[in-house]
Design a protein around this ligand. Structure first.
Ligand SMILES: CCCCCCC/C=C/C(=O)SCCNC(=O)CCNC(=O)[C@H](O)C(C)(C)COP(=O)(O)OP(=O)(O)OC[C@H]1O[C@@H](n2cnc3c(N)ncnc32)[C@H](O)[C@@H]1OP(=O)(O)O
Length: 370
């Protein structure tokens, strides 16, 4: 699918192909649902007019406000990119219609999508994105960031009702793969920092803009960026074995994933500072008491209890769920994008600092001594 999607992008840059995609839209037999229609609308506006530049409709003008929000949420992506995404989205809807009758359970999601670092499946109206590097505690490499972004984009437009992120093996995720900081390009550490910043911004935006209910099934310890983005999930279910650790200052870094804004709101500035400044590791029960986790389950029954519940939730009306989620989240969306930008800006500077360099080196030296 990745390959096919890339090819489609290449084909789709002409105006003619864009027009063809437009006309294919009217041939769809099934209603793709409101959230997909909003996405199509937004991409079309961005592709034809550029970034949203009209006044925000009033609170009670629900329909136009939802459209405006969808357009605005595309930020400053270029008209070319919007055209490509528009074509890709319509292409996937057409493809889904032609192949939908043959759906079997737990099939790879996204009509045959394959990933190197993830297991992505669709079953019982739930798309599950499983981080799949258990030998490295599911540490997130640059490839994996890109694959998670792609999997979230796919899940946003597929016909699932709920999307779940979870981890393979005994960890949920050990955060950013620290080897990402050891691959210094020819143009030096500044270029590495710039690329890292672009990727991180895109990664966090994929959570901020995700249009359907997003659930974290935290199957074990969670570290770093896998903890901070939890504030952007709609439900966080954790096994009692899970822990939540953001050792940013230990690594000479600073907070991301919008945690510098969401954590103080959730738990108060004092508790957020203990985590984000002073590296305090929380147990699952503590994280639940502070509002970061929705509910904690005994480890022995974690999977069965959580999945029974999620399957029942996924039977609820999809549009109602998605629209309610968007109502809850849309008020904060613009602010979250601004927070993400500010956090990324700060990190870009941190990654070129001696403090960060020395901390990452210490990690690898300690490993070498074992
Ligand atoms: C390019 C975009 C950049 C965006 C960056 C966004 C900013 C993100 C910030 C963060 O996420 S900060 C947090 C970073 N993570 C860490 O500091 C965790 C480091 N790892 C550990 O402390 C420990 O490994 C652990 C997670 C507590 C697990 O300890 P345990 O003793 O249970 O297992 P290990 O033997 O240590 O691990 C097994 C294997 O996995 C490797 N590994 C684990 N985590 C990472 C990681 N984050 N990065 C790279 N490698 C990791 C570990 O080295 C072992 O490898 P081998 O020795 O078997 O080769």
């Amino acid at each position: 699918m990745k390959q096919r999607q890339t090819n489609y992008y290449l084909i789709c840059v002409t105006v003619e192909q864009f027009e063809q995609a437009k006309s294919k839209l009217s041939t769809l037999k099934n209603d793709p649902g409101n959230e997909v229609k909003l996405k199509i609308y937004a991409l079309f506006k961005q592709a034809t007019q550029g970034p949203c530049n009209t006044p925000k409709p009033g609170m009670l003008d629900f329909v136009n406000k939802a459209k405006w929000d969808a357009w605005k949420s595309l930020g400053s992506i270029s008209q070319d990119e919007a055209r490509q995404k528009y074509c890709d989205l319509i292409g996937s809807l057409v493809e889904a219609e032609s192949g939908s009758s043959a759906q079997v359970s737990a099939q790879p999601a996204g009509s045959g999508a394959t990933y190197e670092t993830l297991l992505v499946t669709k079953e019982d109206d739930i798309t599950t994105i499983k981080l799949n590097r258990p030998a490295k505690k599911n540490a997130i490499t640059t490839e994996m960031y890109n694959e998670i972004i792609a999997a979230l984009e796919q899940a946003a437009t597929d016909d699932s009702v709920i999307t779940v992120v979870t981890g393979a093996g005994d960890f949920y995720c050990s955060g950013n793969d620290l080897t990402n900081f050891t691959k210094i390009p020819e143009n030096g550490v500044e270029e590495m920092a710039r690329h890292g910043a672009d990727l991180l911004r895109k990664y966090v935006n994929a959570y901020i803009d995700f249009p359907k209910p997003l659930v974290a099934v935290v199957n074990g310890p969670a570290v770093g960026v896998s903890v901070t983005v939890l504030g952007l999930f709609d439900l966080v279910y954790a096994t009692e074995r899970a822990t939540f650790h953001t050792p940013f200052s230990q690594l000479g870094q600073s907070a991301e994933g919008c945690s510098s804004y969401i954590f103080p709101k959730l738990m108060g500035a004092a508790k957020a500072s203990e985590m984000l400044l002073f590296n305090k590791k929380l147990t699952a029960v503590q994280a639940c008491e502070l509002g970061l986790v929705t509910e904690v389950f005994p480890d022995s029954s974690f999977q069965s209890e959580v999945w029974t519940r999620l399957k029942a939730y996924a039977k609820l009306p999809r549009n109602s769920l998605a629209l309610s989620k968007q109502l809850i989240r849309s008020v904060e969306k613009e602010r979250l994008h601004a927070v993400n930008d500010a956090e990324v800006e700060r990190l870009m500077e941190r990654w070129t600092s001696d403090e960060c360099f020395n901390a990452v080196m210490s990690f690898f030296q300690a490993k070498a001594k074992l």
